[in-house]
Design a protein around this ligand. Sequence first.
Ligand SMILES: *Cc1c(COP(=O)(O)O)cnc(C)c1O
Length: 467
Amino acid sequence: MRYVSTRGESPALDFEGVLLAGLAPDGGLYVPARWPRLSRKSLISLRGKSYAELAAAVLQPYLGSHLDADAFGRLLAETYGGFDHPAVAPLTQLDANDWVMELFHGPTLAFKDMAMQVLGRLLDGALARRGRRATILGATSGDTGAAAVDAFRGRQAIDVFMLHPEGRISAVQRRQMTTAPDANVHNIAIQGTFDDCQALVKALFQEADLRDRLNLAAVNSINWARVMLQIAYYVHAAVALGGPDRPVAFSVPTGNFGDVYAGYAAAMMGLPVAGLVVATNRNDILARFFASGEYRRGEVSATISPSMDIQVASNFERYVFDRVGRDAAELNARMAAFAQLGAFRVEVGNADLFRAASVGEDETRAEIARTHRATGWLPDPHTAVGLAASRIRRGDPAVPMVTLATAHPAKFAEAVTAASGVVPQLPPRYADLMQRPERCTTLPNDVGAVRAHLMAHAALGDRRSAA
Ligand SMILES: *Cc1c(COP(=O)(O)O)cnc(C)c1O
């Protein structure tokens, strides 16, 4: 399998190449040169397989010669064997034809573990094969950082530096990062906002000397491997609910468009998907796009579903690339317009597939309470946005609707309790989270201070070992 950059100015790469690169050198995102086909026969053959077996069978064509089917299957079985639920991504029925797919049974209680846990193993293996090390540098407002720290802690070939805004993430989110005892994990609390953290990371990635010396790597959702690994659970749910004989619809709590793009990829591969509801909170750039064909930047506002507080959806470029007929010149013109004017237009396309809805704060709180009252199942605020949107854009009631449950309610306990009166409990593995010792360095919002810290603490930054 070859991967091409959406901007058209970087050479095509194989899977291992895009795994290690993240973003393409021309600033584009990698996409597969063609979609592998999921035939009716191959979908039927997935019935009865475990989650790891199904994922290995569906995703193997994307890996090419990187790993053989047996090795990939073992890696997935080992990864998902560490999740809290034996079904990995269990489906819970809420109504006659309404389901939630629980994607929060991984180590940090959000769906990002589904891909990040595998990415940690894939990246470590690829670096070891090439005899290289890498330094992961990222900024987090909560979920991504926790997932990355857990996925990369203790890995031989990797150091992780994760910046978060001091005092501005929840105690559970902070402690999921700062209680990792491993020497290769470096938490940094920045005296500033999340935007300050992101600006620091961006500035450091632009320093060519530092980037090369530390072999800086990013693991945000633009990495193709993360998108790819999310395709599997759409197939898993569809097959469990009667696919390929019965099409299934999905409602996807959306921020960076990574998760719902994986659903689009599954449909492009041939999975019968009856609809994809793009569910956003009041940060509604994507809902506005699917209503109007205009993608226009807005102001970010803080909500009780903070992992979706995004106004520029980084994976959306992958979809736009298909909308302009995979013409890189057309894509570049749109991106230039967006950079200059904050907006562009493109044909919405896939009218039978995408539907979108924006859900406000009061509706989100009401949905948490309503779902709990009616079904006994307690959604987190992100999942509640998905559930509310699934009803606004329900479509044919005879089609099964699966809402992706992207976080465990205890991860956002304060908002959940305020909305429903119920206090969600952390799973047993976190019973002593609040007692564990924390490791974290506080630094000022200053690029020099962060650079010095990286050089002093990254294995590749140590001048003695480099000499
Ligand atoms: C990251 C995240 C989302 C948004 O996913 P995207 O792939 O960015 O669209 C939704 N819910 C939760 C809980 C998340 O952590």
